[in-house]
Design a protein around this ligand. Structure first.
Ligand code: EPU
Length: 338
């Protein structure tokens, strides 16, 4: 089973935080997953996937189970569509590249998102007008108590903006082992309405875009705005964009008519947290090795040797400034492990 003791997690979290795991094991199969969950000698277990959405603020005094389940299988297909089952430990962007190679559409807007397939449903990953839920059929997850595999369809997953069953009632109760996605083989429904994609395609002189063009455009935009975790530690957007009521929004808008916003439902408005943070003067700022990215204020970065605590303190400082200045609460998208 190869359980190792005292392993640094620096290379297992995209923030590059040098926290230690008391014990560590790679999970390569479902039977092994069950066996490890049953181990009484290790009462505390910590599930680690791609490590792209966590902030470790201290050492992990538990058995870290690194989910490394691999495999991509076509379950069924017809002329128009294909259903693909992907194991949780597959890298998300590698899956997107694979789907593009096959000529399958649906994932192009979700290019270059860090992390693994198994955590995609946790927060219903999304970018440039598309969310996981748009291509999702179901996922399978192991109940940590009963060790049984259960199926979760769209309804049971209760996806919302960066939200799902697994972040609420299901929190800490399940390990997602695989995900089934529905992709198109022809007549792809391109989603190029997001302003930045339109501009990028135009700049590249593309008039009739393909799924490959859209992916390339998304990759170019992300590379410009978002830091590459292999170069500088980060977890993508650190905060969620706050969604506020019409009453709060109108008060805010009166004082800040220049602020960008999106109407996201009846009497609900989303305000970009990146804008709020930039207005508070944090963009590009650095406090020791903890900092705010220079091209996107929503992203906190580790310039080298920041501790998780230092990043968390910076996040708290930002939340408190935004709240003081705008009377709007922003909350983390990243899972802070305390
Ligand atoms: N903005 C600023 N200053 C900044 C950053 C943004 O003024 O420093 C303004 C922009 O000018 C724009 C608006 O805020 O008017 C929105 O910015 P952007 O399009 O960059 O998107 P975002 O709302 O900041 C969200 C997602 C990203 C996703 C993009 C594109 C969340 C929390 N983040 O960011 O997701 O890539 O939209 O769809 O919803 C992630 O979750 O890790 C992530 C990167």
């Amino acid at each position: 089973m190869n359980i190792k003791e005292n392993i640094s997690l620096k290379n297992y979290n995209t923030f590059g935080i040098d926290a230690m795991a008391r014990s560590f094991v790679e999970i390569n199969g479902l039977a092994q997953l069950q066996r490890v969950l049953e181990l009484k000698a290790y009462p505390h277990k910590f599930i680690l996937s791609g490590g792209s959405n966590i902030l470790l603020t201290q050492d992990v005094d538990a058995l870290v189970m690194h989910i490394n389940l691999k495999g991509i299988t076509v379950l069924e297909e017809n002329e128009n569509e294909v259903q693909v089952k992907v194991m949780a430990g597959e890298n998300w962007h590698q899956l997107v590249l694979w789907s593009l190679e096959q000529g399958y559409g649906g994932l192009e807007n979700l290019s270059l998102i860090p992390g693994n397939v198994g955590t995609a449903p946790m927060q219903n990953i999304g970018a440039y007008g598309v969310e996981l839920k748009d291509v999702f059929v179901n996922c399978t997850a192991m109940d940590i108590e009963s060790l049984e595999l259960e199926a979760f369809d769209l309804e049971r997953c209760a996806f919302g903006y960066r939200d799902s069953f697994f972040k609420n009632e299901g929190k800490g109760k399940y390990i997602i082992t695989s995900v089934v996605l529905k992709l198109t083989k022809k007549d792809h429904q391109l989603n190029t309405g997001y302003g930045a994609i339109e501009d990028e395609l135009q700049a590249q002189g593309v008039v009739y875009p393909t799924i490959h063009d859209v992916s390339k455009a998304v990759i170019a935009i992300r590379r410009r705005k978002l830091p590459d975790p292999t170069e500088i530690g980060n977890s993508g957007s650190f905060f969620k964009n706050p969604v506020v009521s019409k009453k709060t929004f109108e008060k805010f808008r009166k004082n800040h008519p220049e602020a960008p916003f999106y109407e996201v439902g009846e009497n609900l408005y989303k305000i970009p947290a990146g804008w709020l943070i930039e207005q508070c003067g944090f963009k590009g700022k650095r406090f020791g090795d903890a900092g705010v990215h220079e091209n996107q204020a929503l992203v906190l970065v580790n310039h080298g040797n920041a501790t998780g605590k230092e990043i968390m303190e910076l996040a708290e400082k930002i939340q408190s400034e935004v709240s003081k200045r705008f009377k709007i609460t922003i909350s983390p998208e990243v899972n802070i492990i305390k």
